[in-house]
Ligand binder design. Structure first.
Ligand SMILES: NC(=O)C1=CN([C@@H]2O[C@H](COP(=O)(O)OP(=O)(O)OC[C@H]3O[C@@H](n4cnc5c(N)ncnc54)[C@H](OP(=O)(O)O)[C@@H]3O)[C@@H](O)[C@H]2O)C=CC1
Ligand SMILES: O=C(O)[C@H](O)CS(=O)(=O)O
Length: 490
């Protein structure tokens, strides 16, 4: 296997060891997992293949660090999070190159993600100083009633490959701000970004044991985390299947859980929409990260009167997308994460064609080979086709036709998922009716890109529980304590 040498401004950011209790260490067995570039299959690096014993060490480190970390003032924790934020931004070029090399997204998207990831550290550095309690009007002169908010304690995070930086800081930011400590298990396909961020946490002066990163056997590491009574919270972003398993396993020790799971986002274009704006929104919502985000438009519904004109405009834009290695200038779409992802897209396309769908553009593996895939549009989509119910997680836009508002609301909500939904209309009555009728945690009105650290991110139904980011995101890392202060009248 060919090896690529990354040219970094700070070579210390390319790690091959995990970070536990402030130490960089190998797996006890010495085993490693190789990390490859999806655009070339070249070897980018390797990380330890750890298991239960190393995970137990990480839990013990987080437990040992907890008292001193929670005893810091909010301002002290805030300053350290801000410093970490600053180091992410100062090392954005290196982090982006590492991310593109292991995940495939374009450098432009990768740099955007580094800024997005840092924004959660900045946001929760501020939120750390506003974890307020309450004083409740008393029920008797002998007592005073108050409410305090306290850190949950040792937390665990299991994160996905599609946003290898932001999905870590979206969890670690609020956890550390609240006074918790953390054990992170990043995706095996994108561990280098996680370890680089741990190095920057160390450089920021975040004490040993507050942040720990363990790579290796997902099932074994996860079971150690879910079985441990010391771990009081599990936060996960990934498939609904794994999320359900983690929720079941966390029940045994009654842990708090935050789950950001799969999606099946409808993208609706009404006949009164600004069509050019709708096409712009469709492009970013569908083809961001090569369609590999859980808030990507998975089903596009276009009202009959504008179906053909919307399709023509979308086709023109999709065919102009530049596909290639994410490190090349101007590339807008990189490879998919692996061949399993390519096969999922192919399965959805072939199923649609068998049921009357029509490929408008794309439809097959890209001539670049590896896991590159042509940005694709399938017209004449129907509810019988697999992509109506399954998350494609690739650069495939199925375009359905609809007649009226009631019909499209029913189709949009006919799914067990409820993460994101989007629609385009200029009619104020329709905008309110549809925004309220859609069963999803995030609704984009006349916008296809709505993720931001200042707003709550999370789903309805089987898209998950809990909210990340925003003023709500820290609540999942806090316990509420009611204190009845008696004897006040003596
Ligand atoms: N909500 C979102 O943002 C995301 C949704 N998805 C959805 O999930 C589908 C599959 O993607 P995939 O990456 O396989 O998602 P997974 O849910 O399999 O992976 C997400 C994380 O879970 C870990 N994991 C895998 N198996 C287990 C297990 N048995 N116990 C505990 N943790 C485990 C993975 O580790 P490891 O990498 O070592 O396997 C990774 O860190 C996608 O097609 C998409 O539909 C995927 C990614 C993000
Ligand atoms: O926009 C986002 O924050 C991403 O969609 C996050 S996810 O896809 O990893 O959930």
């Amino acid at each position: 296997m060919r090896t690529i040498m990354l040219t970094l401004n700070n070579p210390a950011l390319l790690l091959s060891q995990c970070y536990i209790d402030g130490q960089w260490r190998d797996a006890d067995s010495g085993a490693v997992i190789e990390v490859t570039n999806p655009a070339s299959n070249a070897l980018v690096g390797s990380v330890p293949k750890m298991g239960s014993t190393e995970t137990q060490a990480a839990i013990a480190a987080a437990d040992k660090a907890l008292p001193a970390w929670r005893a810091k003032t909010a301002k002290e924790r805030s300053a350290l999070l801000r410093k970490w934020n600053d180091l992410l931004l100062a090392n954005a070029d290196d982090l982006a190159l590492i991310m593109t090399s292991e995940q495939g997204k374009s450098l432009t998207e990768a740099k955007g993600e580094v800024a997005y990831a840092a924004s959660f550290l900045e946001w929760f550095a501020e939120e750390a100083k506003r974890i307020y309690g309450d004083v409740i009007p008393t029920i008797g002169n002998d007592r005073r009633l108050l409410v305090m908010k306290e850190p949950v304690g040792v937390c665990a995070a299991i994160t996905p490959w599609n946003f290898p930086a932001a999905m870590i800081t979206r969890k670690v930011g609020p956890a550390l701000a609240a006074g918790c400590t953390m054990v992170i298990k990043p995706a095996s396909q994108t561990p280098l970004t996680a370890l680089a961020m741990a190095k920057l946490a160390e450089m920021a002066g975040i004490p040993a044991g507050v942040v720990n990163v363990v790579t290796g056997s997902a099932a074994e590491i996860a079971k150690t985390l879910t079985d441990s009574p010391i771990v009081r919270k599990m936060t996960f972003t990934g498939s609904t299947e794994i999320g359900k398993k983690l929720m079941r396993d966390c029940a045994e020790t009654v842990k708090k859980v935050s789950m950001e799971l799969g999606g099946n986002a409808p993208f609706i274009v009404f006949d009164d929409a600004d069509l050019d704006a709708a096409v712009e929104g469709a492009m970013v919502s569908k083809y961001r990260n090569s369609g590999q985000t859980c808030v990507c438009a998975n089903r596009m519904y276009v009202q009959a009167g504008v179906y053909d004109s919307f399709l023509a405009k979308l086709k023109e834009r999709v065919e102009a997308l530049k596909v290639g290695n994410g490190t090349e200038a101007g590339v807008q779409q990189g490879p998919l994460i692996d061949m399993k992802a390519v096969e999922k897209v192919e399965e959805h396309i072939s199923d649609a064609l068998q049921k009357g769908g029509r490929v408008v553009t794309g439809g097959k593996r890209h001539r670049l080979g590896y896991s590159f895939f042509e940005p694709t549009i399938v017209a004449d989509a129907t509810t019988e086709m697999k992509f109506a119910r399954e998350e494609t997680f690739g650069p495939l836009a199925p375009v359905f036709r609809f007649s009226d508002e009631a019909e499209v609301i029913a189709m949009a909500n006919d799914t067990e998922f409820g993460l994101a939904a989007y629609f385009y209309s200029r009619d104020i009555g329709r905008v309110w009716r549809v925004a309220e009728a859609l069963q999803s945690g995030l609704v984009g009105v006349n916008s296809g890109l709505i993720s931001t650290e200042v707003a709550p991110f999370g789903g309805y139904k089987e898209s998950g529980v809990g909210r990340e980011g925003s003023k709500y995101g820290i609540d999942d890392y806090l316990n509420i304590k009611y204190i009845c202060m008696g004897g006040v009248d003596k």
